[in-house]
Design a protein around this ligand. Structure first.
Ligand code: ZN
Length: 97
């Protein structure tokens, strides 16, 4: 269920508290946690992705330096695909040198 649907159910829940199950509340909390991570937008990730991949290939500690980006890659398959593609390219380039 998306965040909007959850808000709707929470609102209904105030009118009819018995309809506000634990499950709904927990789902709401989960969505909020996800939304926090998604504070880093895909655009932001794309902008910093080459830097991230470069750090990863060179030093292997990109996740420590840019943890928000790492978190985003874990939950966002679009950015993760992009990340893996870039990683491939960079590793190929590194081998050719
Ligand atoms: Zn993304």
């Amino acid at each position: 269920m998306n965040l909007k649907g959850l808000f709707q159910r929470i609102r209904d829940g105030f009118r009819k508290p018995e309809s506000l199950s634990d499950e709904v509340v927990q789902g709401f909390v989960r969505e909020l946690e996800k939304a926090r991570i998604e504070d880093v937008s895909c655009d932001e990730v794309f902008k910093q992705l080459d830097e991230y991949v470069e750090k990863e290939v060179r030093d292997g500690d990109a996740a420590r330096i840019m943890p928000l980006l790492r978190e985003h890659l874990d939950i966002c398959s679009d950015c993760c695909d992009e990340y893996e593609a870039l990683l491939d390219v960079l590793e190929q380039t590194a081998k050719e040198k």
